[in-house]
Design a protein around this ligand. Structure first.
Ligand code: ADP
Length: 507
């Protein structure tokens, strides 16, 4: 029997700021969609509550319609109506909340980055719970994500359980502890939370600024289950350096805190069916990978003089977290070693974007290096398929998806041993790891020597052990990075919390 057949069907409601593919900025959107689909496949009832953004991809929402019950929610001393829409996104039922507030909270042409983000998302968190109360939902689990919906945890216990919305237990996932959404304590009052009661060291008060409240801390304190997106990152954030001020809070709530590695959408990322590619291929027939390599070289005007010249890629946001100095170094080192390099990336940080524009210009007609400084989904597919290796030299990495996508496309990861990279990339030369799990090249020290060592070992196998390389490519393409096993871990946590809730309600 699988775990799902021996367990009761659960009702899980995600309250989130993103969901792929309709409203995606980063990994959070992928997790909400991927985890929900996997849980639905296991037979659970999964629903999602999102803001109704003007800039959503509406073409991907089926049967979008407005419900004729307006939901009134409290904010800044009065009640505001919310228009509630429903629709289906890739088979998942979604509620979209459109606040009838003069601030036009989700009518800004972008998902985040507005000066009133704290207000917008604390409003949304309260309106979402109001919707669940008024719709009579009896969820087993309410799952909220990142600081934008972290307010759900204290709101639920302080205000909604007393109103009778009490069937659920709260799960909170932090996708990156770098972003905590702190604000002056007084701002918490807008959504109806009691500032006097919550601005305390054991509740929502920020650990370093005592006149500020920290929504992530609030969710850690008030949730029944707290997760982050890989086991190694879960350890790292419990140290002073990784926890960004929250390590002590995480340590005092360590019993309910766990790291679960994200999966990837193996339907969207499948070289055997990928329509972006010139030639589709699979682990048993990797010839097509060579053709994709040739095709991309032609498109990007790179030299095709030597089929066996290693092609190294990097697909990333260019932010300090990703190790931008090592990415820059990798371009030059790859050329010195006789390889070719393709970078696809863009930066929200102006000086980093400018620096890489200069490098891109320098290499604009180079026969072995090309930098494409934009976000381009279709090109990313071509690069995963064409490259022999992909570099991920992150300084920290909560989970990371590119290493998993790369392996699925037979591009061998060269990654720094941190966070989720440490849980998914295992060095081919590491004798402490069972041989069947070894799948890439890793380094620990975030400097040029550390990176060089891993890159040189990869080049050495590629050039001198052609059969060994081919076996590694085929092995990596066969690894299961789907959501199946990670969703089972969430299912287990949910089921235990729900069983405890039922027992408590009976008592
Ligand atoms: P993060 O969420 O920190 O940006 P992840 O590795 O978790 O990093 O996810 C990155 C995702 O974004 C991957 O799917 C990757 O393919 C994609 N991506 C990053 N940069 C680009 C880009 N410039 N063009 C296309 N896709 C990109």
């Amino acid at each position: 029997l699988t775990s799902s057949t021996s367990r009761p069907r659960l009702h899980v409601i995600h309250i989130a700021a993103e969901m792929a593919p309709v409203a995606k900025v980063g990994g959070l959107g992928d997790v909400v969609a991927g985890l929900s689909k996997a849980l639905q496949k296991k037979g659970h009832l999964v629903e999602i509550v999102l803001p109704k953004y003007d800039c959503m991809n509406y073409e991907l929402v089926q049967d979008l319609k407005v419900l004729d019950v307006p939901v009134e929610s409290y904010f800044d001393g009065r009640l505001y109506k919310n228009k509630i829409w429903t629709g289906t996104v890739e088979g998942l039922p979604v509620y979209f909340i459109e606040p009838q507030h003069p601030g036009n909270f989700f009518w800004r042409g972008q998902f985040y980055g507005e000066p009133d983000d704290f207000k917008r998302f604390s409003f949304f968190s309260r309106a979402a719970l109001e919707l669940l109360l008024q719709a009579g939902k009896k969820a087993d689990i309410i799952h909220c994500h990142d600081w934008q919906t972290a307010f759900v945890a204290p709101l639920y216990w302080d205000l909604y359980v007393p109103k009778g919305l009490n069937s659920a237990r709260i799960c909170f996932t932090c996708h990156n502890f770098e972003y905590q959404g702190t604000a002056p304590a007084t701002e918490l009052a807008s959504c109806g939370l009691d500032v006097y009661n919550l601005n305390r060291p054991d509740r929502m008060q920020d650990n370093s600024a005592h006149d500020r409240i920290n929504p992530i801390k609030g969710a850690i304190v008030f949730s029944n289950i707290v997760t982050t997106v890989s086991p190694t990152y879960a350890q790292e954030v419990r140290n002073a350096e990784g926890g960004r001020g929250l390590h002590e809070t995480l340590n005092s709530h360590s019993k309910k805190f766990v790291g679960i590695l994200n999966g990837i959408d193996t339907d969207a990322w499948n070289p055997a069916t990928d329509n972006f590619l010139k030639v589709q291929y699979n682990a048993n027939d990797i010839e097509g990978k060579e053709e994709n390599k040739e095709d991309l070289r032609r498109r990007l005007r790179l030299s095709s003089d030597d089929v066996r010249r290693p092609l190294v890629g990097c697909i990333t946001r260019l932010v300090p977290q990703k190790g931008v100095h090592l990415i820059r170094h990798a371009i030059y080192r790859t050329l010195e070693l006789g390889g070719q390099f393709i970078l696809l990336g863009s930066s929200p940080v102006p000086h980093i974007q400018r620096e890489f524009e200069d490098i891109a210009n320098y290499f604009q007609s180079h026969e072995h290096a090309r930098l494409i400084l934009k976000y381009d989904e279709s090109l990313s597919h071509l690069i995963y398929a064409a490259t022999d290796m992909l570099i991920i030299p992150s300084i920290f990495e909560p989970c990371g998806l590119t290493q998993m996508i790369a392996m699925r496309y037979g591009s061998i990861p060269i990654a720094r041993k941190t966070g989720g990279l440490n849980d998914s990339v295992f060095d081919v030369d590491d004798d402490t790891i069972p041989i069947q799990y070894r799948n890439g090249f890793t380094f620990l020290t975030a400097d040029e020597q550390g990176f060089n060592n891993a890159l040189e070992r990869a080049f050495n196998v590629y050039k001198n052990n052609i059969d060994g390389w081919k076996q590694l490519v085929q092995k990596d393409m066969g690894i299961d990075f789907s959501w199946d096993s990670s969703a089972s871990l969430y299912e287990e946590l949910y089921a235990k919390a729900a069983a405890r809730a039922r027992a408590a309600n009976r008592a």
